[in-house]
Design a protein around this ligand. Structure first.
Ligand SMILES: Cc1cc2nc3c(=O)[nH]c(=O)nc-3n(C[C@H](O)[C@H](O)[C@H](O)COP(=O)(O)O)c2cc1C
Length: 92
């Protein structure tokens, strides 16, 4: 199954990056397939961290397509990157 989600990552300088992405779910695993090149891939390789945000706020998906990225984020325990404040439920 592929779910459309918002992936949040953090650049080495601390900037949070937000990108809509399809996450493949199979056998209890989640697999991201970021384009090469992409900021998301650069950030994941640099920080080894990404948050998969299940989100039903279509304004955020649309905002990413119209260059609006200033959506509120929150810290996540034990992770260096942040999650969307509008994400559904607890981060997994
Ligand atoms: C609904 C939707 C699904 C997307 N799925 C992917 C994806 O699976 N992999 C990917 O690299 N980009 C995907 N994109 C494009 C990314 O959001 C992004 O624009 C592009 O990968 C550039 O990434 P960057 O912002 O990290 O540089 C998707 C965009 C939309 C709107």
């Amino acid at each position: 199954m592929i779910r459309e989600v918002i992936v949040t990552t953090r650049a080495p300088d601390g900037r949070i990056h937000i990108a809509p992405m399809g996450v493949h779910e199979a056998g209890g695993l989640k697999m991201l397939a970021p384009f090469r090149p992409s900021t998301t891939l650069d950030n994941v390789l640099a920080t080894r961290c990404a948050v998969v945000n299940y989100c039903d706020d279509v304004r955020i998906f649309a905002g990413c397509l119209t260059a609006r990225y200033d959506w509120p984020t929150l810290p996540v325990d034990h992770l260096s990157c942040r999650r969307l404040a509008a994400a559904n439920g607890k981060p997994r």
